[in-house]
Design a protein. Structure first.
Length: 100
């Protein structure tokens, strides 16, 4: 996966419908985080069962969605009751995506 130079990584900490595509996830990122997704941030979305994640980011020529689905186990993500949005570090992203 080729990631752009990332300024921030945003986790949408509420369950997301994994049928959403570029336009829906871009709109969700704008409304939840209050930032333009085309400005170099990465957005992480997770389904209710915590078995699938989608990453949304923009390259110079357009949007990219990267998806991962686990065949066993769940992603180590906790849903937030206070709000949908929070920032995570690159190390936090790696700990979510790369399970031992």
């Amino acid at each position: 996966m080729l990631l752009p130079k990332i300024t921030t990584i945003h986790l949408y900490a509420s369950p997301t419908d994994m049928r959403k595509g570029f336009y829906s996830l871009t709109g969700l990122a704008r409304s939840a985080f209050g930032v333009d997704p085309r400005r170099g941030s990465l957005f992480l979305f997770v389904n209710r069962r915590k078995t699938s994640v989608k990453l949304l980011f923009y390259q110079s020529d357009g949007p990219v969605i990267w998806m991962k689905r686990l065949e066993k186990g769940v992603f180590n993500i906790s849903f937030s009751k206070e709000g949908h949005a929070r920032q995570i570090s690159l190390e936090g992203l790696a700990s979510i995506l790369y399970k031992p």
